[in-house]
Design a protein around this ligand. Structure first.
Ligand SMILES: [Zn+2]
Ligand SMILES: [Zn+2]
Length: 244
């Protein structure tokens, strides 16, 4: 065992990992991320999903098909896939990461997202990862872009470059919490711009965000990227809100 590993193990004993859901102290070497109680409350997305936007169909058989929204108007992205349903423990964990600046929770969630196998996503098809940008004003308030932290973990794992300056958010928008789908769509319209079209031309891009709520934000980003010449945009988020 090399010295670095000894130090690492020692630090795990002195500062044992805590469950991000309830702060319970975990066994230092069991390799679990959540305690078993919290683990039981986590909802991974399962069953049939919309082949494009990834929404679930709780009342129909577990087969993929298109949802009503995607049938009516196809989004600009090809796929949207998420790891978790945005509720209970996952909601509180993302809040701690995003609003309470708990970076160690962010790192845990990032490595979990990077290790996840998203249905229909073959990473070898993509050559660029772009996080959903924050407006500079929001970035200053928060101090970091949570989507960039997630994007970096995926980029490292999949060996795909991450670029956080090609897509910019030039319009400051009020928080979208509490807004309905149509209001969100209007609010986010023309909020983004591409700084260098040559660098995205013809590329298959993975767009990363923390939470997919109505899809208005990621769809506006995908629209901006496609109109600027990207070939294809797929969206990966840590969690997703389900309207049913
Ligand atoms: Zn717990
Ligand atoms: Zn859909």
């Amino acid at each position: 065992m090399i010295f670095g590993e000894v130090l690492n193990d020692l630090s795990k004993v002195i500062f044992p990992p805590q469950c991000p859901g309830c702060s319970e102290i975990l066994h230092p070497f069991a390799g679990q991320m959540f305690c078993s109680l919290c683990n039981d409350k986590i909802n991974f997305i399962k069953g049939g999903i919309c082949s494009i936007c990834g929404t679930t169909f709780p009342d129909s058989p577990a087969e993929n098909h298109l949802c009503g929204d995607c049938l009516e108007k196809r989004p600009y992205f090809s796929y949207a896939r998420a790891v978790f349903s945005y509720e209970d423990i996952i909601l509180s964990v993302i809040h701690q990461f995003k609003y309470k600046r708990n970076i160690s929770i962010g790192e845990m969630m990032s490595s979990l997202m990077a290790d996840f196998s998203f249905p229909d996503i073959d990473f070898t098809d993509y050559s660029l990862i772009i996080p959903v940008p924050l407006h500079i004003k929001r970035l200053r308030e928060r101090g970091f872009n949570q989507s960039l932290i997630l994007a970096r973990a995926i980029g490292e794992k999949q060996q795909i470059p991450v670029n956080f300056s090609l897509l910019k958010r030039h319009k400051f928008t009020e928080t979208q919490t509490g807004m309905h789908k149509a209001e969100r769509k209007q609010n986010i319209k023309k909020a983004f711009e591409v700084s260098n079209k040559e660098k995205i031309a013809g590329k298959n891009i993975i767009l990363v965000d923390d939470v997919y709520t109505t899809g208005a934000t990621v769809n506006e980003c995908a629209k901006t990227l496609i109109k600027a010449g990207a070939r294809n945009v797929s969206v990966l988020t840590l969690a997703r809100v389900f309207q049913h």
